[in-house]
Unconditional design. Structure first.
Lengths: 454, 91
């Protein structure tokens, strides 16, 4: 039987070290809503989401009470809207109306975010894809809970540079449209390479076309728990360090597995995957950067950071896969700047630069995440940064993403406040040299040679 | 059997166990095991209970226990279903 020290350990993790289940995300297919009449399509989308997710928040809260574990977010992901709206939408404004419907549905069921205002254009864009992308600035400025993601490349297809060029401009336009709110629209917009179909985390969640009608994906968290565990092995060798991270990741993931099974049973929706990600929050002690410091770095970004992060990411996966049979999504350490106090400190001291962050994204999931850049950054420069990050994903057969926020009216040395889970961010300098000519080339970057495995 | 773990933590005082046990008896909750220590004046107790015969929703009972602890006894009381501990500490 369970003993008192084990019970105390679990409760200390929850109460003092910010252990939580970061999100229960219900994936909902909208394929059966497709209609050539926009108003009919909107009604069908609303009805399907409302019917599927009406109890999601309530069940999440019940599970949270039963086990005493906070479940921070309840979210919804839907089929990429470019696929659903193709036959009904003839202009960007038409697509933006779907975003408004999604936002209303999300508000009415009480979820924190709804993802899937997306297009998958890794090899080329259809007319609908182009219209959806053009509608993003309007859609994100007129809605509150809708998140958008665009997959512009993959290891199998290469990188669609036309989409990359377009996204540089769209990110700028989104920033301008939401300039009065710290350009927050860009915090809800991600550009991906190798985007997973079952990611529960925002802003990049969408319900892939390979998925079932409805599915539950769970994102666990727990940087604070890992940091606390590492405090007890201060100065020990790497084997001990790795063992400690693995054991902790196992415990964290088992909690996620429990919540996943219970939510699946109570909602009558199949369980999809657990995403083993160390997702930080702006709360003190809930930071991935602090784990790196605990390993022995003065600040995140110091020499050794990439190695420390690689070790951390790998051990989290090794511990986590033992705890759940269905692991998927992004599964890795997140290194957003604005959502992690340790990262913000590292930027403020000058230790962490955009270039070092880029190197770190080679060994961990996601990519350049929640990075505020000067408001006068050119669209072509943003596209250049996206292209670099996509290339890392394409060549290394991993997911990479870019979520940059050009904060209109602000420059290096200032900071922007988003509030809540999104936190605040110091504005980071961007390399000022031009990539205009490279980005204005048309077409796509071919798939790398190691994609020909068949 | 549906088991739950009750933890009680706080400054030691008269009547902690009595207060908790009275509530459990009134609500048809059977106690299976109790372990308790006092470290530097701080009371620390864990109870394993059977909630199969509980008549109200689990969440309501957990809330009532928390209120009882906070407002009447002056300790922190948590009640959680057992699986979270089992899964975390047993393979």
């Amino acid at each position: 039987m369970i003993n008192i020290s084990e019970v105390s350990e679990t409760n200390a993790m929850i109460e003092k070290e910010n252990l939580d289940v970061r999100t229960i995300t219900m994936g909902i297919s909208l394929m059966d809503c497709i209609d050539s009449d926009l108003q009919v399509l909107r009604q069908k989308i609303y009805d399907k989401i409302y019917k599927s997710a009406a109890n999601l928040v309530k069940v999440g809260e019940e599970i949270s009470t039963d086990y005493g574990i906070p479940i921070v977010n309840k979210r919804i992901s839907v089929t990429p809207v470019a696929l659903v709206g193709g036959s009904a939408c003839h202009s960007p404004e038409d697509f933006a109306q779907i975003a408004v419907t999604l936002d209303k549905a999300a508000h009415d069921v009480g979820v924190n975010f709804l993802g899937g205002y997306s297009a998958l254009v890794s090899k080329g864009m259809t007319k609908a894809d182009k219209l959806l992308i053009e509608s993003i600035p309007q859609a994100l400025s007129e809605t509150e809970l809708v998140c958008s993601s665009i997959n512009v490349g993959s290891t199998k297809t290469g990188i669609d540079m036309d989409a990359v060029r377009m996204m540089g401009r769209i990110i700028r336009e989104t920033a301008e449209k939401t300039a009065d709110r710290g350009s927050i629209g860009c915090a809800k917009l991600v550009v991906f390479c190798n985007a997973p179909d079952d990611n529960p985390f925002m802003a990049g969640a969408f319900h892939g076309v390979t998925e079932a009608d409805r599915i539950l994906n769970i994102g666990v968290s727990g940087p604070g728990v890992v940091k606390k565990a590492l405090e007890s092995v201060h100065g020990k060798d790497f084997e001990t360090l790795c063992e400690t991270v693995k054991k902790t990741a196992f415990k964290v993931t088992r909690v996620g597995q429990l919540v996943a099974k219970e939510a699946s049973r109570r909602l009558g929706v199949p369980f999809g995957i657990i995403d083993l990600s160390l997702a930080p929050t702006p709360a003190v002690g809930d930071s991935v950067a602090d784990i790196l410091c605990e390993m022995g770095l003065e600040y995140a970004g110091a020499p050794g950071t990439t190695a420390a992060l690689a070790l951390l990411n790998d051990q989290v996966k090794k511990g986590g896969v033992m705890a759940s049979s269905y692991v998927g999504g992004l599964s890795g350490a997140f290194i957003p700047v604005s959502e992690d106090q340790g990262m913000i400190n590292a930027v403020n001291t000058g230790c962490l630069t955009l270039e070092k962050l880029e190197a770190m994204t080679c060994v961990c999931s996601v990519g350049l995440d929640m990075i505020a850049i000067p408001g006068d950054t050119k669209a072509s420069t943003i596209s250049g940064i996206i292209a670099d990050e996509m290339a890392i994903g394409m060549i290394n057969q991993k997911t990479t993403a870019v979520r940059l926020i050009p904060v209109i009216g602000k420059g290096v040395g200032e900071q922007v406040e988003f509030g809540g889970l999104l936190g605040y961010a110091p504005i980071m300098p961007v390399n000022p040299f031009s990539c205009e000519e490279f980005i204005s080339r048309k077409g796509r970057i071919p798939a790398p040679v190691h994609s020909f495995k068949n | 059997m549906q088991r739950a773990i009750i933890t009680v933590v706080g400054k030691d005082t008269i009547g902690i166990i009595a207060g908790v046990c009275t509530y459990l008896a009134e609500n048809r909750i059977n106690i299976l095991d109790i372990s308790q220590t006092i470290v530097q004046g701080y009371f620390n107790m864990m109870m394993v209970v059977d909630v199969t015969t509980l008549e109200k929703p689990f969440g309501q009972m957990a809330d009532e226990l928390a209120v009882l602890g906070r407002e009447k006894i002056g300790v922190q009381i948590k009640c959680q279903k057992e699986e979270i501990f089992d899964l975390m500490h047993r393979i």
